[in-house]
Design a protein around this ligand. Structure first.
Ligand code: PNS
Length: 159
């Protein structure tokens, strides 16, 4: 079975992430979304909340599942039986760091990274920007699923 991992923080999932996951799901037998547990960074949403939102947003994809990981991405890939990592590239500015990580990961364990050009509709999009837009009352409905936008609004009112 050809498996690929789509890793990230997903705090929260955006339509840009979903575009990459959906396209990856058409290329691989199974896609595992790997949510990084980063103990040194407090997110807006807990890991459980991020997983729940990703699960709901990808429910229509039969070959996509969501899991969390900490430590090295290559160890997660090994545990999941995945030989490939899929990363979306939004702009040239993403490439520098992504290339470093891809080369480190292939050096560490032979895991390949495939870069997928982001849909131009989402080339400027990030979870951080969406949080800022919603925080200050802007309309983020084009950038996250409706239920994520609602949860963002509620959470940001509490902070
Ligand atoms: O959504 P993000 O925060 O840009 O995702 C970054 C992520 C999770 C892909 C990256 O930080 C990662 O792979 N972390 C795992 C730690 C690791 O394997 N580090 C060495 C890779 S070079």
């Amino acid at each position: 079975m050809r498996r690929a991992v789509c890793p990230g923080s997903f705090d929260p999932v955006t339509n840009g992430h979903l575009d990459i996951v959906g396209r990856a799901s058409r290329l691989f037998d199974e896609v595992i979304i790997g949510v990084l547990i980063n103990q040194s960074k407090t997110g807006l949403f807990t890991i459980e909340e991020r997983i729940e939102m990703l699960g709901e947003a990808t429910a229509s994809y039969e070959n996509v599942r969501v899991a969390s990981f900490h430590g090295l991405l290559v160890d997660f890939c090994r545990d999941q039986g995945a030989a490939v990592v899929i990363k979306g590239l939004r702009a040239v500015s993403d490439f520098d760091y992504e290339l470093q990580m891809a080369q480190m990961n292939i050096g560490l364990s032979g895991v390949e990274t495939l870069f997928m050009p982001t849909n131009p509709l989402y080339s400027f999009l990030s979870s951080s920007l969406v949080k800022d837009v919603v925080k200050w009352g802007g309309d983020a409905s084009a950038y996250v699923p409706d239920f994520v936008g609602e949860r963002l609004g509620t959470r940001l009112k509490q902070t």
